[in-house]
Design a protein around this ligand. Structure first.
Ligand code: NAD
Length: 278
């Protein structure tokens, strides 16, 4: 019988621990403030920003919302980021992606001070992770490490296959699994014999962006499967990159969608905000 890795429960545990930490910090006279910038009104971004604000409220983090019009120029946005970099009251800065096409996302990310880069996307944060130095780690991969550890799943010495090499999931995930002493393989759109490679995995992490792509043919008997994908299927039902029902009999543990990796991303963002004052 496969274990369901309960991201909702684990993310609540983490948020409750952070809430207690923030209360402690407040007693010592330290508050935590996150600035959230949204440009335009992409409906998905509005939902994500709303969820981040709610999580801040729950934990006791002050959130400052900057809702800028779609027509905001790159210069105006960069000026705001620079102003927030200098503001001693602001501990973390988050610019909700994607940005409108006329704005260079990379330039905006590079302008955020690495000390306030709670998304962990700044090249300095990524570089620190790759050479094992302290820095902010991007939230979805660090949430997956927490899911594994808090579910009692051993990582050290295990064969880990990651499908996907994006900058926000696949690559930092590989670095984190390496830091935890797994033997790591990264697969991508040009990988040959994906099924054979995926089947080596004791821990298979799927961030491919294709609904229900991974079925039982990609999964070794007894593997742990982590599904990062999130999609709406033809019936408007949420699903992941993994065909959950098809692999369930083969796995020892799996994350559901929804309620697996998704809730962990915000919990780890909150964790980074708290770490920014420590
Ligand atoms: P992406 O599109 O940037 O990257 C997808 C990766 O999959 C690429 O590196 C590509 O090489 C690889 N890929 C594509 N087709 C492939 C194939 N046929 N075989 C092997 N590899 C292939 O996606 P992303 O930003 O990493 O996100 C992946 C998924 O995770 C998406 O569904 C996204 O919505 C979801 N996501 C969820 C969260 C969360 O908090 N739950 C966070 C980020 C992303």
């Amino acid at each position: 019988m496969a274990t369901l890795i309960d991201g909702k429960k684990i993310s609540t545990q983490i948020k409750d621990e952070l809430k207690a930490k923030v209360e402690e910090l407040q007693k010592q006279g330290t508050s935590v403030t996150l600035a959230v910038i949204q440009v335009g009104n992409d409906p998905a971004s509005t939902v994500y920003v709303g969820n981040k604000k709610k999580a801040c409220e729950y934990i006791g983090i002050k959130s400052l919302a900057y809702e800028l019009p779609e027509t905001t120029t790159q210069e105006e946005l960069l000026d705001l980021v620079k102003k927030l970099n200098e503001d001693p009251e602001v501990n973390g800065i988050l610019v909700q992606l994607p940005l409108p096409k006329h704005i260079d996302e990379n330039l905006v990310i590079q302008t955020i001070s690495p000390k306030k880069d709670v998304d962990g996307f700044h090249p300095q944060s990524v570089g620190a992770l790759s050479i094992g130095q302290r820095g902010f780690v991007s939230c979805t991969p660090s949430g997956i490490i927490q899911l594994l550890k808090r579910s009692g799943i051993e990582i050290e010495g295990k064969e880990c296959v990651i499908i996907g090499r994006s900058n926000i999931v696949g690559k930092p995930m590989a670095l984190l699994m390496l830091r935890e002493n797994a033997t790591v393989t990264i697969c991508h759109s040009r990988t040959k014999n994906l099924k054979e490679v995926a089947k080596r995995a004791d821990i298979l992490i799927v961030a491919i962006g294709k609904p229900r792509f991974i079925n039982h043919e990609y999964v070794k008997e007894g593997a742990v499967v982590i599904d990062v994908g999130i999609h709406r299927d033809e019936n408007n039902k949420l699903c992941g990159d993994v065909d959950f029902d098809d692999v369930l009999d083969k796995v020892t543990a799996i994350t559901p969608v929804p309620g697996g990796v998704g809730p962990m991303t915000i919990a780890m963002l909150m964790n980074n905000c708290v770490e920014s004052v420590l």
